[in-house]
Design a protein around this ligand. Structure first.
Ligand code: FAD
Length: 508
């Protein structure tokens, strides 16, 4: 007997926060609708989709991470990941890199473009920073009547975003105040230096709980008898009949069983690299598919906080292994200062630059500036008709170059990060470090939304693919603007918009 149902109202591909947001909103608004969610990776946490940082046992956490690392993931505790440093091609724990095609001769490429394959997607491994976009990062098409802010607020509800989790961190206010003194002049209140909104909350026992897709699903999805999550299930094709989405073709990774599941609506939320891959594999190839690919160049720098009382407060790690000395501070993007700044204690930082100082624990903070890309249609993913990736899907090739404007923004960012670092303390190094491209893990634009089917976008503002009724795309790939801020909140907000559109049509 087949593991899969024959037909559902809505088939969702991918269980990261974007796919989970569709499941949640549909469970809330269309409780009678049948929903099947297909995820190529395994379930690595309980509840499904939870953040691996919530696993208190380090060996259990490492095991969950390795199982998330793609088609060749080791089902053992041997670590294959590591910390991205210098120009090495190393994946962060819980992620895996493109095996090939990440750089074409004469272009910059995205050498460390990465993905995760597990229930919960990358959000089982993420840092949880959920800033709202500002100025040119915002999506004007949705911004005329307060819609965009309402969607962002809904995204914050789904992701469980808070700003007070690190309020008791002994150095958080100090770091914030020093950055504010250096940066706030001329900024309006909403773009001043502030606490980073984070997808995290504190349990009654005092430990932090990081949000993953489990929080996005919520009890309403888990308790929905019409919702089924199929893990280790690779969707190989979206079925299209008479210009309408008709279902998905799926392969059970455990048994090799192949099936077709009919659906009235199909949502592809398979990350910004694999959503266009699946459309391509299905013969759905709008002009803009895979184009306007953008990643946020990332500059990092570390400083030792100046003039510290070494014994101030206690920020020692809780059971989830994260010390909490200086919290996470946000320096918002503005068009005048076109960087998204994230300043955090070093063990939450994506790059480990130095060992902490035992004399004053938590005294070293990492600064990160993310840059918005100068968008180009030529920055794109191409998919092969003959070569395949580790899952047997069309192999991607990344075409990606930095423009003169990109180089200028990065050069300015290197100066700004040193200025901001010096405001906090003494630099550990004389120069900031530019991470290899792709390290931000914030890929966008490959299924971008637009106002019309004019060759420059793949879908409508609701995420429905031009020319294929009932087929929706979701995730960071839908974001049409060049953002510098972490994109997941925006991706989830756009997923809410699409899910509401499906709910309305199911009710017709
Ligand atoms: P994903 O979470 O990537 O989920 C896509 C899912 O689709 C995957 O599980 C994949 O296995 C599945 N899939 C793909 N193809 C198929 C197929 N054919 N069939 C079935 N399933 C398929 N973002 C932020 O905004 N803030 C941060 O602070 C932040 N920090 C990060 C730190 C780390 C270490 C990492 C790894 C990521 C971080 N990110 C951060 C990025 C963030 O996790 C992603 O933006 C977010 O998870 C994207 O959500 P998504 O649902 O679109 O895609």
């Amino acid at each position: 007997m087949s593991r899969y149902t024959e037909a559902v109202d809505v088939a969702i591909v991918g269980s990261g926060p974007a796919g989970a947001a569709y499941a949640r909103i549909l469970s809330e608004r269309s409780p009678g609708a049948t929903i099947a969610l297909f995820e190529v990776g395994p379930t690595v946490t309980s509840p499904p989709g939870a953040h691996v940082k919530n696993i208190a046992d380090p060996a259990g956490r490492a095991h969950a991470q390795t199982r998330s690392e793609g088609p060749h993931a080791k089902d053992s505790e041997d670590r294959v990941g590591g910390i991205v440093k210098t120009s090495q091609r190393r994946a962060r724990p819980g992620t895996f890199l493109l095996e090939s095609g990440y750089q074409v001769e004469g272009e910059e490429g995205l050498p460390v473009a990465a993905m995760s394959s597990n229930v919960g997607g990358m959000a089982a491994h993420w840092t949880g920073a959920c800033p709202r976009p500002n100025d040119s990062e915002r999506i004007a098409l949705l911004d005329s009547d307060g819609t965009f802010d309402e969607l962002l607020a809904e995204g914050e509800r789904l992701l469980g975003v808070t700003t007070d989790a690190f309020d008791s961190s002994p150095y958080a206010e100090l770091v914030r105040d020093r950055l504010a003194a250096a940066e706030d002049a001329g900024r309006i209140a909403s773009t001043r230096v502030q606490r980073m909104p984070l997808a995290v909350h504190r349990r009654e026992d005092g430990n932090l709980v990081w949000s993953g897709s489990d929080v996005v699903f919520g009890d309403v999805t888990r308790d929905n008898p019409q919702f089924t999550l199929f893990d280790e299930s690779l969707v190989t094709r979206v079925l299209v009949e008479d210009g309408r989405a008709a279902g998905v073709a799926v392969t059970d990774r455990r048994t090799g069983e192949r099936a077709e599941v009919r659906a009235r609506f199909v949502v592809v939320a398979a990350d910004a690299l694999r959503t266009p891959q699946l459309l391509w594999a299905s013969g759905i190839r709008p002009e803009a598919l895979g184009r306007y690919l953008n990643d946020q160049a990332q500059i990092v720098f570390a400083v030792r906080i100046r003039d510290l009382e070494p014994t101030a407060g206690d920020g020692s790690p809780g059971s989830t292994g994260l010390s909490e000395y200086s919290g996470v501070t946000w320096v918002p993007f503005t068009d005048d200062m076109p960087f998204h700044g994230q300043v955090m204690q070093l063990d939450a930082s994506p790059v480990k630059l130095a060992d902490d100082d035992p004399a004053a624990p938590g005294s070293i903070v990492g600064l990160g500036l993310f840059c918005a890309k100068d968008l180009q249609a030529s920055d794109r993913l191409e998919f092969s008709d003959t070569e395949t990736d580790g899952y047997g899907m069309p192999a991607p090739t990344v075409h990606y170059t930095l423009t003169e404007r990109d180089e200028a923004v990065i050069a300015r960012g290197k100066e700004e990060i040193v200025r901001l670092g010096r405001a906090i303390g003494e630099p550990l190094d004389d120069r900031p470090f530019v991470m290899p491209l792709g390290a931000s893990l914030h890929y966008q634009g490959t299924t971008r939304l637009g106002a019309a089917d004019d060759g420059m976008s793949v879908c409508s503002t609701e995420g429905e693919v031009w020319g294929v009724d009932g087929l929706f795309v979701a995730g960071n790939g839908v974001i049409p603007t060049a953002t510098a801020c972490n994109p997941t909140l925006t991706g989830v907000a756009l997923a809410v918009n699409g899910a509401r559109a499906i709910a309305a049509r199911l009710a017709d």
